[in-house]
Design a protein around this ligand. Sequence first.
Ligand code: GLN
Length: 223
Amino acid sequence: TIVIGVLALQGAFIEHVRHVERCIVENKDQYNEKLSVITVRDKDQLAGCNALVIPGGESTSMSLIAQRTGFYSDLYNFVHDPKKTIWGTCAGLIFLSQQLSNEAKLVKTLDLLKVKVKRNAFGRQAQSFTQTYDFSSFIPNCNDFPATFIRAPVIEKILDPEEVQVLCKLEEKDNSGQGLIVAAKQNDNILVTSFHPELAETDIRFHDWFIKEFVLKNFNRYK
Ligand code: GLN
């Protein structure tokens, strides 16, 4: 069995668990391996996982809880292992990044993703929004996915273009006239999104794609 863990220190983890559960039930005929999903709060639970989803929430709190519970170094080692598959959404993206351009002192990150990230790039909670995006260039038949942004970060700069590939850029431009990067991957095992696919009600296309393209492929690569 391939085990997908969802980091449950803080934030919107239950929505990810439900989406993965739904994929397992609805799409099991399409997966050639048996899958299961668990919440992860400690070292022993993490040790049994092949993949880890780091949810949205508050990256400052997530990082502090990880440090205070002594879990930070286990998480660090896990995400830096290329055999493991990682997906960070929103606060999860911030927690994984190597550099933050603002509020950086508040978060000790996992120093993995070779990008520079701007926190709360769209403003405050009240400026949260859901917009339909066309992801069909990388997710088959997914031209109308509802992407929800909640005090979302954006990737301001790719620090290593050899390893990091942009998956989705918004039309809106930042001060330097660049489109805002809201989804990217590093190598073939790390995915990050500034928006929340787990909040797309019953739409599991994004999670299904993560399982097929990242979790299963990476598992088979090292089998
Ligand atoms: N603004 C939050 C942070 O900086 C992220 C918000 C979210 O995960 N929805 O951690």
